[in-house]
Write a protein that binds this ligand. Structure first.
Ligand SMILES: [Zn+2]
Length: 85
């Protein structure tokens, strides 16, 4: 009788679907994250995206700050004008 040579792999690799960001097929042995709603992504891809968002947020914040400063400056100027009148 032939012996069974097949060994049960210690790690079962399962395809878990496409990455939300890079569209690559992922397996459960990679680090991945699952989003609410069933979307999945590589942990690294999510990190990169988070970083991108953070930079965009920072830029946005910088813009808003500049805008506020400009409007404050304008307010000051208009007040000065009023004083001069
Ligand atoms: Zn990815």
């Amino acid at each position: 009788m032939a012996k069974k040579l097949w060994k049960k792999p210690s790690v079962i690799v399962i395809n878990i679907g496409k990455c939300k960001y890079c569209q690559a097929e992922m397996v459960n042995t990679e680090s991945f994250v699952a989003f609410y709603g069933g979307e999945k992504a590589h942990y690294d891809c999510m990190k990169k995206d988070d970083f991108k968002k953070l930079i965009e947020k920072e830029k946005q914040w910088q813009k808003e700050k500049d805008c506020t400063q400009t409007s404050m400056q304008k307010e000051k100027e208009s007040k000065l004008v009023q004083v001069n009148e």
